[in-house]
Design a protein around this ligand. Structure first.
Ligand code: SF4
Length: 245
C-alpha cells in the first residue's frame, strides 16, 4: 500500500457538545445570566464548527534504541521507540478544530466570549482526536490507542513536527492546517501526533514534572524514566512549548 493509499481524511465529523459538561468545565453552574450567554455561544459554535482530522497507517520499517523509521523518515525519540517496541504499524495523525470555528473565535471582541469560544474550539479538537480513535477501532479493530506529540518531551523535539508534515503532504492543507517556520500550527487548536496501539494508555504527562499545568491528564511518574525508558530523569517536558497532551 502506498502512502497515499493509506491516507484517511475525516472531514464530516459531527460536532455536538455536552452542555452540562461544558458548564461544569467553565464553572458556570448556578450562574443563570452567564449560562444564557454561554449557551448562545455554544449554539453559534455548533452551527459553524467543522472539526477535521487525517491519519496514515504506515509500517515501521526500522527501529533502534532511540528512533523508529517510517517511510524512510526517522523519528528520534527513546520514549517513542520503547512505546512502539512491540508494534509493526504506526499512525501519524493530524486533528484540528477547523478553520471555521478558529476564525469565529478570533472574531469575538468581548474578552469573555473569546475565551469561551477558544475553549469550545479546544473541545472541537478533542472531538476530532476522538474521531480518529473511533475510526482506528472500527476499521482496524484497535481497542486502545495512545499518542505522542513532537515537543511535549525534550526526548522528542518539536522540530520533528516537519517530519510528520512531510508524511501528511498536501493532505494537511486539505483540512486547513499549516505549519509555521517556528513549528507552530494554525489553527491553534490543532494537534499533530503519532498514534499507536497500546495495551495501557500512555500520556506524556507521566514523564512531565510540570506542576502548574491545567491540561495535565495523568500523574507524573518519575520512576518510569529509569524503570521503563532507561532515561536520565532530567529528560523532562519542555515547559516553554504549547502542549496538547
Ligand atoms: S499537558 Fe501539561 S503536564 Fe502534560 S505533558 Fe503537557 S505540559 Fe506536561
Amino acid at each position: 500500500m502506498t502512502q497515499e493509499q493509506s491516507l484517511v481524511i475525516l472531514n464530516q465529523i459531527p460536532f455536538k457538545l455536552n452542555l452540562d459538561e461544558q458548564l461544569e468545565n467553565q464553572r458556570l453552574v448556578g450562574k443563570q445570566r452567564l449560562i444564557d450567554e454561554f449557551t448562545g455561544i455554544v449554539k453559534e459554535a455548533e452551527t459553524l464548527a467543522r472539526p477535521k482530522a487525517l491519519f496514515l497507517k504506515l509500517d515501521i520499517a526500522d527501529r533502534g534504541e532511540d528512533h523508529i523509521t517510517i517511510v524512510e523518515k526517522c523519528l528520534t525519540s527513546r520514549v517513542l521507540s520503547v512505546n512502539l517496541a512491540d508494534r509493526q504499524e504506526a499512525y501519524p495523525a493530524l486533528a484540528t478544530c477547523g478553520t471555521e470555528i478558529d476564525e469565529w473565535a478570533n472574531s469575538k471582541t468581548n474578552m469573555l466570549h473569546q475565551f469561551w469560544a477558544k475553549s469550545i474550539a479546544n473541545a472541537a479538537l478533542g472531538i476530532a482526536i476522538a474521531a480518529i480513535e473511533t475510526t482506528l477501532h472500527d476499521r482496524f479493530n484497535i481497542q486502545m490507542t495512545s499518542l505522542m506529540t513532537p515537543g511535549s518531551l525534550i526526548d522528542w523535539p518539536i522540530s520533528q513536527q516537519t517530519i510528520l508534515f512531510d508524511l501528511f503532504g498536501d493532505a494537511a492543507r486539505k483540512i486547513g492546517v499549516s505549519l509555521t517556520d517556528s513549528f507552530l500550527m494554525t489553527p491553534l487548536s490543532t494537534v499533530s501526533c503519532l498514534m499507536f496501539e497500546s495495551d495501557t494508555r500512555f500520556f506524556s504527562c507521566q514523564l512531565c514534572p510540570k506542576t502548574d499545568c491545567q491540561s495535565r491528564r495523568a500523574a507524573f511518574e518519575e520512576h518510569l524514566f529509569t524503570e521503563k525508558y532507561a532515561l536520565d530523569p532530567n529528560n523532562v517536558a519542555d515547559n516553554d512549548i504549547a502542549c496538547h497532551n
